[in-house]
Design a binder for this molecule. Structure first.
Ligand SMILES: Nc1ncnc2c1ncn2[C@@H]1O[C@H](COP(=O)(O)OP(=O)(O)OP(=O)(O)O)[C@@H](O)[C@H]1O
Ligand SMILES: Nc1ccn([C@H]2C[C@H](O)[C@@H](COP(=O)(O)O)O2)c(=O)n1
Length: 231
């Protein structure tokens, strides 16, 4: 049972760089307030993974856009993950290679354009959506927007320890370098770059526990009367 009741159709946007904790916090917040959570990174990861699998050049924008058009037909995307062509793709999308491919295809305006309306349609019933451009482009009118940050060293440490738990033997400096490259690509692309919306509240999670971040968000949503205690 959720501890809070969310206003009907509430949309909460959570943006931030890789490893800032968006996905983790979005899931916990969603459990607390009883909303579905949509991880938009999965759409770009699936695009990158399908392109790699089919041998579509990651720099060929027209071919990628055509591929995404086809992909949308067999796509199922929900709080549980992402499915395509009758298979659950979620478990195979968490590798660094897929993350890098996702970041490359995400810089292509035609790819973003093709994925935009799906995100906007699914958000309409109310949700917590996390990504890079949710507060700025996908849901510019969302009544609650958060921009989650953490120092690049801390984000690399988190990613490294996550990889270690998954059985990978990554080097921390290598993870740090990959993260810096991804940050640069995501922030510097021309179309819908990673950016804080002017009306987003920034939370630096470098020295905060996950539950402390979630509590801050709940406090802000309650003060804005977007949620109320369920009891
Ligand atoms: N405040 C925090 N303190 C410590 N560890 C955290 C914190 N927030 C998240 N983590 C851990 O950091 C790792 C990365 O978090 P998460 O996957 O949620 O980040 P993300 O911003 O969604 O990244 P990406 O955009 O690459 O998907 C996870 O292992 C998570 O448990
Ligand atoms: N709204 C979004 C979500 C994700 N991306 C891109 C940028 C990331 O490097 C890549 C993978 O995202 P992650 O799963 O790590 O959150 O997808 C984007 O451009 N816009």
């Amino acid at each position: 049972m959720s501890e809070w009741i969310a206003a009907a159709g509430l949309m909460v946007a959570i943006d931030g760089p890789s490893g800032s904790g968006k996905g983790t916090v979005a899931k916990l917040l969603a459990d607390e307030i009883g909303l579905p959570v949509l991880d938009t990174g999965l759409l770009y990861r699936l695009t990158g993974a399908v392109a790699l699998e089919r041998g579509v050049e990651l720099d060929n924008e027209a071919a990628l856009a055509e591929m995404v058009g086809d992909m949308l037909i067999g796509l199922s995307w929900s709080s549980d993950g992402i499915g395509y062509d009758g298979a659950d793709w979620t478990p195979r999308l968490r590798t660094e290679a897929v993350g890098a491919a996702a970041s490359t295809v995400a810089a292509k305006p035609l790819v973003r354009e093709r994925l935009l309306s799906l995100q906007q349609q699914l958000a309409q019933a109310g949700c917590i959506m996390d990504g890079r451009d949710i507060g700025t482009v996908v849901l510019p009118d969302a009544p609650a927007k958060f921009f989650l940050t953490a120092s690049v060293r801390e984000r690399a440490r988190r990613r490294w320890s996550q990889l270690k738990q998954m059985g990978h033997r990554g080097d921390l400096d290598e993870v740090l370098l990959d993260l810096k490259k991804r940050d640069q690509r995501d922030r510097e692309r021309q179309h819908a770059p990673l950016a804080q919306a002017s009306d987003a509240i920034s939370i630096d999670s470098t020295t905060l526990r996950v539950d402390e971040v979630v509590d801050r968000m709940l406090g802000i949503l309650e003060r804005r009367q977007l949620i109320k205690p369920s009891a």
